[in-house]
Design a protein. Structure first.
Lengths: 33, 345
Protein backbone atom coordinates (compact mmCIF):
# COMPACT_ATOMS: atom_id res chain seq x y z
CA UNK A 1 0.00 0.00 0.00
CA UNK A 2 1.25 3.49 -0.87
CA UNK A 3 -1.14 5.07 1.63
CA UNK A 4 -1.94 3.04 4.76
CA UNK A 5 -5.19 2.95 6.72
CA UNK A 6 -4.29 5.95 8.89
CA UNK A 7 -2.46 7.99 6.22
CA UNK A 8 -3.88 11.11 4.61
CA UNK A 9 -3.08 11.59 0.92
CA UNK A 10 -2.68 15.17 -0.42
CA UNK A 11 -6.06 16.81 -1.09
CA UNK A 12 -5.91 16.43 -4.88
CA UNK A 13 -5.02 12.73 -4.73
CA UNK A 14 -7.55 12.14 -1.95
CA UNK A 15 -10.34 13.51 -4.14
CA UNK A 16 -9.22 11.43 -7.14
CA UNK A 17 -8.91 8.25 -5.03
CA UNK A 18 -12.39 8.93 -3.65
CA UNK A 19 -13.81 9.48 -7.12
CA UNK A 20 -12.23 6.18 -8.19
CA UNK A 21 -13.94 4.32 -5.31
CA UNK A 22 -17.18 6.11 -6.12
CA UNK A 23 -17.09 5.02 -9.76
CA UNK A 24 -16.24 1.43 -8.82
CA UNK A 25 -19.22 1.09 -6.47
CA UNK A 26 -21.62 3.22 -8.48
CA UNK A 27 -22.63 0.53 -10.95
CA UNK A 28 -23.71 -1.91 -8.27
CA UNK A 29 -25.54 0.81 -6.30
CA UNK A 30 -27.43 2.02 -9.39
CA UNK A 31 -28.26 -1.55 -10.40
CA UNK A 32 -29.81 -2.29 -7.00
CA UNK A 33 -31.64 1.07 -6.80
CA UNK B 1 -14.82 -0.40 3.76
CA UNK B 2 -17.51 1.17 1.61
CA UNK B 3 -21.05 0.31 2.74
CA UNK B 4 -24.03 1.01 0.51
CA UNK B 5 -27.33 -0.37 -0.77
CA UNK B 6 -27.07 -4.14 -0.91
CA UNK B 7 -28.62 -6.74 -3.19
CA UNK B 8 -28.79 -8.96 -0.09
CA UNK B 9 -31.67 -6.82 1.21
CA UNK B 10 -33.75 -6.39 -1.95
CA UNK B 11 -36.15 -9.26 -1.08
CA UNK B 12 -36.90 -8.16 2.53
CA UNK B 13 -37.23 -4.51 1.45
CA UNK B 14 -39.80 -5.44 -1.22
CA UNK B 15 -41.68 -7.54 1.36
CA UNK B 16 -41.62 -4.64 3.85
CA UNK B 17 -42.82 -2.13 1.25
CA UNK B 18 -45.76 -4.41 0.41
CA UNK B 19 -46.65 -4.97 4.08
CA UNK B 20 -46.32 -1.47 5.52
CA UNK B 21 -44.62 0.93 3.12
CA UNK B 22 -41.54 2.90 4.16
CA UNK B 23 -42.54 2.62 7.84
CA UNK B 24 -42.06 -1.15 7.64
CA UNK B 25 -38.76 -0.61 5.81
CA UNK B 26 -37.59 1.65 8.63
CA UNK B 27 -38.60 -0.96 11.21
CA UNK B 28 -36.66 -3.52 9.16
CA UNK B 29 -33.62 -1.24 9.21
CA UNK B 30 -33.97 -0.92 12.98
CA UNK B 31 -34.16 -4.72 13.32
CA UNK B 32 -31.04 -5.12 11.16
CA UNK B 33 -29.24 -2.53 13.30
CA UNK B 34 -30.23 -4.35 16.51
CA UNK B 35 -29.00 -7.72 15.11
CA UNK B 36 -25.69 -6.21 13.97
CA UNK B 37 -25.16 -4.37 17.26
CA UNK B 38 -25.99 -7.55 19.23
CA UNK B 39 -23.24 -9.38 17.31
CA UNK B 40 -20.99 -6.39 17.92
CA UNK B 41 -21.54 -6.63 21.67
CA UNK B 42 -20.89 -10.40 21.59
CA UNK B 43 -17.59 -9.93 19.75
CA UNK B 44 -16.57 -7.18 22.16
CA UNK B 45 -16.30 -9.85 24.87
CA UNK B 46 -15.50 -13.02 22.87
CA UNK B 47 -11.74 -13.28 22.09
CA UNK B 48 -11.12 -12.91 18.36
CA UNK B 49 -8.86 -16.00 18.41
CA UNK B 50 -12.04 -18.08 18.74
CA UNK B 51 -13.22 -16.74 15.39
CA UNK B 52 -9.92 -17.73 13.74
CA UNK B 53 -10.49 -21.29 14.94
CA UNK B 54 -13.87 -21.16 13.21
CA UNK B 55 -12.66 -19.34 10.07
CA UNK B 56 -9.15 -20.48 9.10
CA UNK B 57 -7.16 -19.04 6.18
CA UNK B 58 -8.30 -21.77 3.77
CA UNK B 59 -11.92 -20.79 4.39
CA UNK B 60 -11.36 -17.03 4.09
CA UNK B 61 -9.31 -17.50 0.89
CA UNK B 62 -11.90 -19.79 -0.72
CA UNK B 63 -14.79 -17.47 0.21
CA UNK B 64 -12.90 -14.48 -1.25
CA UNK B 65 -12.54 -16.37 -4.54
CA UNK B 66 -16.30 -17.07 -4.44
CA UNK B 67 -17.16 -13.39 -3.82
CA UNK B 68 -15.26 -12.33 -6.95
CA UNK B 69 -16.63 -15.10 -9.16
CA UNK B 70 -20.24 -14.46 -8.10
CA UNK B 71 -19.89 -10.77 -8.91
CA UNK B 72 -18.57 -11.66 -12.39
CA UNK B 73 -22.05 -12.97 -13.23
CA UNK B 74 -23.27 -9.35 -13.40
CA UNK B 75 -20.83 -8.35 -16.16
CA UNK B 76 -22.92 -9.55 -19.17
CA UNK B 77 -25.86 -7.60 -17.72
CA UNK B 78 -23.76 -4.44 -17.58
CA UNK B 79 -22.84 -4.79 -21.25
CA UNK B 80 -26.56 -5.33 -21.91
CA UNK B 81 -27.91 -5.07 -25.43
CA UNK B 82 -25.05 -2.99 -26.81
CA UNK B 83 -23.80 -6.10 -28.65
CA UNK B 84 -20.33 -6.39 -30.13
CA UNK B 85 -19.79 -2.61 -29.88
CA UNK B 86 -20.38 -2.75 -26.14
CA UNK B 87 -18.06 -5.74 -25.72
CA UNK B 88 -15.32 -4.00 -27.74
CA UNK B 89 -15.66 -0.78 -25.71
CA UNK B 90 -15.56 -2.82 -22.49
CA UNK B 91 -12.35 -4.47 -23.72
CA UNK B 92 -10.85 -1.09 -24.69
CA UNK B 93 -11.65 0.14 -21.17
CA UNK B 94 -9.98 -2.96 -19.70
CA UNK B 95 -6.92 -2.37 -21.91
CA UNK B 96 -6.70 1.29 -20.84
CA UNK B 97 -6.90 0.23 -17.17
CA UNK B 98 -4.24 -2.46 -17.65
CA UNK B 99 -1.82 -0.22 -19.58
CA UNK B 100 -2.17 2.76 -17.23
CA UNK B 101 -1.83 0.54 -14.16
CA UNK B 102 1.27 -1.24 -15.51
CA UNK B 103 3.19 1.36 -17.53
CA UNK B 104 2.30 4.76 -16.08
CA UNK B 105 4.65 6.10 -13.45
CA UNK B 106 3.98 8.09 -10.27
CA UNK B 107 0.55 9.51 -9.53
CA UNK B 108 -0.96 8.48 -12.88
CA UNK B 109 -0.44 4.78 -12.05
CA UNK B 110 -2.69 5.18 -9.00
CA UNK B 111 -5.82 6.07 -10.97
CA UNK B 112 -6.25 3.31 -13.55
CA UNK B 113 -10.05 3.20 -13.20
CA UNK B 114 -10.47 6.94 -13.71
CA UNK B 115 -8.23 6.80 -16.80
CA UNK B 116 -9.98 3.66 -18.11
CA UNK B 117 -13.44 5.17 -17.56
CA UNK B 118 -12.41 8.39 -19.32
CA UNK B 119 -10.99 6.48 -22.31
CA UNK B 120 -14.11 4.26 -22.51
CA UNK B 121 -16.40 7.33 -22.28
CA UNK B 122 -14.62 9.19 -25.09
CA UNK B 123 -14.55 6.08 -27.34
CA UNK B 124 -18.30 5.53 -26.71
CA UNK B 125 -19.32 9.01 -27.95
CA UNK B 126 -18.99 8.36 -31.74
CA UNK B 127 -20.93 5.10 -31.34
CA UNK B 128 -23.87 6.98 -29.77
CA UNK B 129 -23.63 5.03 -26.51
CA UNK B 130 -23.31 8.13 -24.30
CA UNK B 131 -26.81 9.19 -23.31
CA UNK B 132 -26.63 13.01 -23.38
CA UNK B 133 -30.39 13.20 -22.79
CA UNK B 134 -29.59 12.70 -19.08
CA UNK B 135 -28.53 16.37 -19.06
CA UNK B 136 -31.90 17.63 -20.38
CA UNK B 137 -34.08 19.64 -18.01
CA UNK B 138 -31.84 19.22 -14.97
CA UNK B 139 -31.44 21.75 -12.19
CA UNK B 140 -28.26 22.37 -10.22
CA UNK B 141 -29.59 21.20 -6.84
CA UNK B 142 -32.61 19.01 -6.16
CA UNK B 143 -33.69 17.50 -2.86
CA UNK B 144 -34.24 13.73 -3.27
CA UNK B 145 -37.39 12.08 -1.90
CA UNK B 146 -36.35 10.92 1.57
CA UNK B 147 -37.86 7.72 2.91
CA UNK B 148 -38.82 9.14 6.32
CA UNK B 149 -41.14 11.69 4.68
CA UNK B 150 -43.28 8.73 3.54
CA UNK B 151 -43.79 7.24 7.01
CA UNK B 152 -47.35 6.59 8.17
CA UNK B 153 -49.10 4.62 10.93
CA UNK B 154 -48.92 0.82 10.49
CA UNK B 155 -50.59 -2.03 12.37
CA UNK B 156 -47.87 -3.77 14.43
CA UNK B 157 -49.23 -7.23 13.54
CA UNK B 158 -48.27 -6.67 9.89
CA UNK B 159 -44.71 -5.96 11.00
CA UNK B 160 -44.08 -9.26 12.83
CA UNK B 161 -43.30 -11.35 9.69
CA UNK B 162 -41.16 -8.49 8.38
CA UNK B 163 -39.14 -8.48 11.61
CA UNK B 164 -38.53 -12.25 11.29
CA UNK B 165 -37.47 -11.93 7.64
CA UNK B 166 -35.08 -9.06 8.42
CA UNK B 167 -33.44 -11.03 11.27
CA UNK B 168 -32.80 -13.96 8.90
CA UNK B 169 -31.46 -11.80 6.05
CA UNK B 170 -29.27 -9.76 8.41
CA UNK B 171 -27.58 -12.93 9.68
CA UNK B 172 -26.91 -13.88 6.05
CA UNK B 173 -25.53 -10.37 5.37
CA UNK B 174 -23.25 -10.69 8.42
CA UNK B 175 -21.53 -13.65 6.70
CA UNK B 176 -20.97 -11.44 3.64
CA UNK B 177 -19.66 -8.66 5.88
CA UNK B 178 -17.19 -11.06 7.54
CA UNK B 179 -15.82 -12.34 4.24
CA UNK B 180 -15.57 -8.84 2.68
CA UNK B 181 -13.58 -7.59 5.69
CA UNK B 182 -11.34 -10.66 5.57
CA UNK B 183 -10.64 -9.94 1.88
CA UNK B 184 -9.98 -6.24 2.52
CA UNK B 185 -7.76 -7.10 5.50
CA UNK B 186 -5.70 -9.42 3.30
CA UNK B 187 -5.27 -6.67 0.68
CA UNK B 188 -4.34 -3.80 3.01
CA UNK B 189 -2.25 -6.00 5.29
CA UNK B 190 -4.21 -5.18 8.46
CA UNK B 191 -6.20 -7.67 10.53
CA UNK B 192 -9.50 -5.78 10.46
CA UNK B 193 -11.10 -8.27 12.85
CA UNK B 194 -8.66 -6.92 15.47
CA UNK B 195 -8.31 -3.28 14.33
CA UNK B 196 -10.83 -1.61 14.34
CA UNK B 197 -12.31 -4.92 15.59
CA UNK B 198 -15.44 -6.87 14.81
CA UNK B 199 -17.45 -5.05 17.48
CA UNK B 200 -16.96 -1.67 15.77
CA UNK B 201 -17.39 -3.18 12.29
CA UNK B 202 -20.78 -4.64 13.23
CA UNK B 203 -21.94 -1.49 15.01
CA UNK B 204 -20.94 0.49 11.89
CA UNK B 205 -22.86 -1.84 9.57
CA UNK B 206 -25.88 -1.73 11.90
CA UNK B 207 -25.90 2.05 12.03
CA UNK B 208 -25.56 2.18 8.23
CA UNK B 209 -28.60 -0.09 7.90
CA UNK B 210 -30.67 2.13 10.17
CA UNK B 211 -29.59 5.28 8.33
CA UNK B 212 -30.21 3.90 4.86
CA UNK B 213 -33.62 2.53 5.89
CA UNK B 214 -34.67 5.95 7.18
CA UNK B 215 -33.21 8.10 4.38
CA UNK B 216 -32.98 5.94 1.27
CA UNK B 217 -35.23 2.97 1.97
CA UNK B 218 -32.85 0.07 1.25
CA UNK B 219 -30.70 -2.23 3.36
CA UNK B 220 -26.92 -1.84 3.38
CA UNK B 221 -23.88 -4.13 3.32
CA UNK B 222 -20.16 -3.91 2.61
CA UNK B 223 -19.11 -3.62 -1.05
CA UNK B 224 -16.72 -6.02 -2.78
CA UNK B 225 -16.18 -3.42 -5.53
CA UNK B 226 -14.78 -0.97 -2.98
CA UNK B 227 -12.40 -3.67 -1.69
CA UNK B 228 -10.92 -4.13 -5.17
CA UNK B 229 -10.69 -0.37 -5.84
CA UNK B 230 -8.63 0.01 -2.65
CA UNK B 231 -6.34 -2.85 -3.72
CA UNK B 232 -5.75 -1.48 -7.21
CA UNK B 233 -5.11 2.13 -6.22
CA UNK B 234 -2.92 0.99 -3.28
CA UNK B 235 -4.63 3.59 -1.10
CA UNK B 236 -6.14 2.16 2.10
CA UNK B 237 -6.69 5.56 3.71
CA UNK B 238 -9.87 5.68 5.81
CA UNK B 239 -10.14 9.39 4.98
CA UNK B 240 -10.36 8.51 1.28
CA UNK B 241 -13.26 6.13 1.91
CA UNK B 242 -14.99 8.76 4.10
CA UNK B 243 -14.57 11.34 1.33
CA UNK B 244 -15.99 8.89 -1.22
CA UNK B 245 -18.99 8.32 1.07
CA UNK B 246 -19.50 12.07 1.48
CA UNK B 247 -19.29 12.53 -2.29
CA UNK B 248 -21.87 9.75 -2.76
CA UNK B 249 -24.28 11.48 -0.35
CA UNK B 250 -23.77 14.88 -2.01
CA UNK B 251 -24.34 13.25 -5.39
CA UNK B 252 -27.96 12.75 -4.37
CA UNK B 253 -28.40 16.53 -4.32
CA UNK B 254 -26.43 17.65 -7.42
CA UNK B 255 -28.22 16.76 -10.63
CA UNK B 256 -25.44 17.70 -13.12
CA UNK B 257 -23.02 15.25 -11.45
CA UNK B 258 -25.76 12.60 -11.30
CA UNK B 259 -26.43 13.19 -15.00
CA UNK B 260 -22.74 12.88 -15.91
CA UNK B 261 -22.28 9.59 -14.04
CA UNK B 262 -25.61 8.28 -15.36
CA UNK B 263 -24.47 9.14 -18.90
CA UNK B 264 -21.41 6.86 -18.64
CA UNK B 265 -22.32 3.77 -20.69
CA UNK B 266 -22.77 0.68 -18.52
CA UNK B 267 -20.43 -1.24 -20.84
CA UNK B 268 -17.66 1.16 -19.74
CA UNK B 269 -18.25 1.46 -16.01
CA UNK B 270 -19.74 -2.01 -15.54
CA UNK B 271 -18.36 -4.11 -18.36
CA UNK B 272 -14.89 -2.58 -18.41
CA UNK B 273 -14.00 -1.70 -14.85
CA UNK B 274 -15.97 -4.61 -13.35
CA UNK B 275 -13.93 -7.11 -15.41
CA UNK B 276 -10.80 -5.95 -13.61
CA UNK B 277 -12.37 -5.28 -10.19
CA UNK B 278 -14.16 -8.61 -9.78
CA UNK B 279 -11.21 -10.59 -11.08
CA UNK B 280 -9.01 -8.77 -8.60
CA UNK B 281 -11.17 -9.95 -5.68
CA UNK B 282 -10.86 -13.58 -6.78
CA UNK B 283 -7.13 -13.14 -7.39
CA UNK B 284 -6.78 -11.88 -3.78
CA UNK B 285 -8.44 -15.10 -2.60
CA UNK B 286 -6.07 -17.21 -4.71
CA UNK B 287 -3.17 -15.26 -3.16
CA UNK B 288 -4.44 -16.27 0.30
CA UNK B 289 -4.87 -19.90 -0.79
CA UNK B 290 -1.24 -19.99 -1.94
CA UNK B 291 -0.28 -19.76 1.74
CA UNK B 292 -2.42 -22.83 2.58
CA UNK B 293 -1.20 -26.43 2.34
CA UNK B 294 -3.80 -28.02 0.07
CA UNK B 295 -2.10 -31.40 0.49
CA UNK B 296 -3.80 -31.52 3.89
CA UNK B 297 -7.08 -33.36 3.30
CA UNK B 298 -9.13 -31.12 5.60
CA UNK B 299 -8.01 -27.96 3.76
CA UNK B 300 -8.66 -29.56 0.37
CA UNK B 301 -12.21 -30.60 1.34
CA UNK B 302 -13.11 -27.18 2.79
CA UNK B 303 -11.73 -25.38 -0.27
CA UNK B 304 -13.55 -27.73 -2.69
CA UNK B 305 -16.93 -27.54 -0.94
CA UNK B 306 -16.82 -23.76 -0.47
CA UNK B 307 -16.00 -23.21 -4.15
CA UNK B 308 -18.71 -25.62 -5.35
CA UNK B 309 -21.51 -24.38 -3.09
CA UNK B 310 -20.57 -20.73 -3.53
CA UNK B 311 -20.39 -20.72 -7.31
CA UNK B 312 -22.94 -23.37 -8.33
CA UNK B 313 -26.02 -21.31 -7.44
CA UNK B 314 -27.38 -23.88 -4.94
CA UNK B 315 -30.09 -22.27 -2.76
CA UNK B 316 -30.99 -23.57 0.70
CA UNK B 317 -34.43 -22.44 1.90
CA UNK B 318 -37.61 -20.99 0.43
CA UNK B 319 -39.55 -17.76 0.00
CA UNK B 320 -39.36 -16.63 3.65
CA UNK B 321 -35.69 -17.29 4.11
CA UNK B 322 -33.01 -18.63 1.86
CA UNK B 323 -29.25 -18.80 1.95
CA UNK B 324 -27.09 -19.18 -1.14
CA UNK B 325 -23.85 -18.09 -2.79
CA UNK B 326 -21.20 -16.63 -0.51
CA UNK B 327 -23.26 -16.92 2.67
CA UNK B 328 -24.09 -20.61 2.11
CA UNK B 329 -20.46 -21.36 1.21
CA UNK B 330 -19.25 -19.62 4.37
CA UNK B 331 -21.68 -21.46 6.65
CA UNK B 332 -20.82 -24.83 5.04
CA UNK B 333 -17.11 -24.07 5.38
CA UNK B 334 -17.47 -23.16 9.08
CA UNK B 335 -19.42 -26.37 9.78
CA UNK B 336 -16.87 -28.53 7.94
CA UNK B 337 -14.00 -26.83 9.72
CA UNK B 338 -15.59 -27.59 13.08
CA UNK B 339 -16.48 -31.24 12.43
CA UNK B 340 -13.32 -32.32 10.56
CA UNK B 341 -10.50 -33.03 12.98
CA UNK B 342 -6.94 -31.91 12.30
CA UNK B 343 -4.79 -34.66 10.77
CA UNK B 344 -1.97 -35.98 12.92
CA UNK B 345 1.47 -35.69 11.28
Amino acid sequence: MIYGVKDTPPVGKLLLFSLQILLSVFTATALIA
Amino acid sequence: MFISNSGAFVAPVLAALAAGGYTAVAVGGLVAAVVYITFGVIFKYVPIENLYKVMPKVLIGSVTVVIGINLMGFIPGYIGDTGITGVCIALITVLAIALSSHYFKGALSMFPFLIGTLVGYVVSIPFGLVDFSKFNGISLIKLPTLAFTQWQAVDFKTLIPIIVVYIAFTISAICECLSDHAALGGIVGVDLYKEPGLARIFVGEGTANLATACFGGLGACSYGEGVAAVGFSKCASVKTTCTAALMMILLGFFEPVQAFIASIPSCVIGGGTACVLYGFISASGIKMLKQVDLNVQKNLIICSVVLSLGISGVVLGGATFSISGTALALVAGVVLNLILKEEKE
